[in-house]
Design a binder for this molecule. Structure first.
Ligand code: NAD
Ligand code: PPY
Length: 349
């Protein structure tokens, strides 16, 4: 219900538009501009309803505020979703271009209060067009003068998060450990590469059989998408879509650590508490997957070199250790401890 979504969200602006020509619904959620202009990617997919699209945009925008503040980046949180009339891979090139042109108009209307970037269903090439038409997009291709894909930095940060969280559970190294990866896209595939190079044993899945074949050739064991949550592992890494761990899964999953690229891994705070009760350590997603934001904002706003981005990405491990310390001292789940830590920073911004 759209009423429930909008009345329970504490953001600062929700802007929506239906474009009849492209049969697409656009929602841009600006959660906070306290630390700077709002930023967050444009997600394009087919949603079951426009209310579901708005719910996704608002939840993801809130996470962006936390992500930017946790990473110490001078930006606020926002997110766009484009609810497509059909799945992304069924949208023809001309139709897609027109959809992006409408999104560029939306960005112009917001005039810099919100800057976009890539997310699921959009690429660096799409950012080239959005930037050309609006001036308010991060993450253009290197050929167009941008920093290129954020996914490698996100994957690097996810792997750092996996190592730091596993170390907290007494696993000094991931060599020889069992790692289960859900989603072998731009982030998940690189996480699999890091893990295999480190000597871990990787079990992975994707709904795209071509990606599964590539991972199998690299040495991963492949299972069906429906089986990955039943795989026994030391580390589970959700790198597909968010909202994968509800209370039931938190009560059943056989792993010690959860650290992945997906945004909003938990469906509720109760799911986080159940994980904590079972002594499963979760790396809060808005910290674990913040490497991509560091790449985009670091390179394009702060003028960092690729090496400086990497230094900051490695700092994700330090941030997580602080969160785990707070979690222990305050007797709360890591997700709660991380939110409390960041909300304190936001209150003083
Ligand atoms: P992507 O679209 O390249 O990859 C996602 C993969 O998940 C795809 O290959 C898709 O086929 C697969 N998938 C979808 N549903 C699945 C299911 N039920 N089971 C198994 N596989 C499934 O996206 P990405 O850039 O790799 O991002 C992965 C996740 O990380 C997303 O949730 C994204 O929002 C998040 N994230 C990405 C970045 C980034 O820099 N790319 C930054 C922060 C967060
Ligand atoms: C995310 O990290 O979830 C994003 O949406 C990527 C991003 C980060 C910073 C600016 C624009 C997009």
């Amino acid at each position: 219900m759209i009423e429930e979504v909008v009345t329970t969200w504490d953001g600062s602006l929700l802007s929506t538009r239906y474009d009849a020509e492209t049969e697409s619904f656009f929602a841009i959620a600006i959660h906070s501009r306290k630390r700077g202009p709002a930023c967050g990617g444009t997600r394009a997919k087919h949603y079951e309803s426009y209310a579901a699209a708005v719910a996704d945009a608002t939840r993801l925008a809130s996470s962006m505020t936390l992500k930017m503040a946790a990473a110490g980046l001078p930006m606020g949180g926002g997110k766009s979703v484009i609810a497509l009339p059909a799945p992304r891979n069924e949208i023809g090139e001309d139709h897609w271009r027109r959809i992006l042109e409408v999104q560029a108009e939306n960005l112009q209307t917001l005039n810099g209060s919100y800057w976009t970037g890539p997310d699921v269903g959009t690429s660096a090439t799409d950012m080239d067009l959005l930037f050309d038409r609006s001036g308010f997009a991060f993450g253009r291709t290197e050929a167009a003068g941008g920093p290129g894909s954020s996914a490698p930095s996100t994957a690097e940060g996810v792997y750092v998060a996996m190592q730091a969280t596993a170390a907290e559970k007494g696993m000094e190294s991931l060599a020889g450990r069992r790692i289960a990866i859900q989603g072998l896209g731009a982030v998940g595939m690189d996480v699999a590469k890091f893990a295999l190079a480190d000597g871990a044993s990787v079990t992975a899945t994707d709904i795209d059989p071509g990606l599964c074949r590539i991972a199998a050739e690299m040495g991963a064991t492949i299972v069906e998408p429906s089986q990955i949550l039943d795989v026994e592992s030391d580390v589970f890494s959700p790198c597909a879509m968010g909202e994968v761990v509800d209370e039931e899964i938190a009560a059943a999953i056989r792993t010690s650590v959860i650290a992945g690229g997906a945004n909003n891994v938990l469906t509720s705070a109760a799911a986080g508490e159940e994980l904590a009760r079972r002594d499963i350590l979760l790396a809060p997603d808005f910290i674990a997957n913040s490497g991509g934001g560091m790449h985009l904002i670091g390179r394009e706003v702060l003028g960092w070199s690729p090496e400086e981005v990497s230094d900051h990405v490695r700092g994700i491990g330090t941030t997580l250790r602080e969160v785990f310390d707070r979690s222990r001292v305050n007797g709360v789940a890591p997700d709660r401890a991380a939110r409390d830590m960041v909300e304190t920073r936001l209150a003083s911004a």
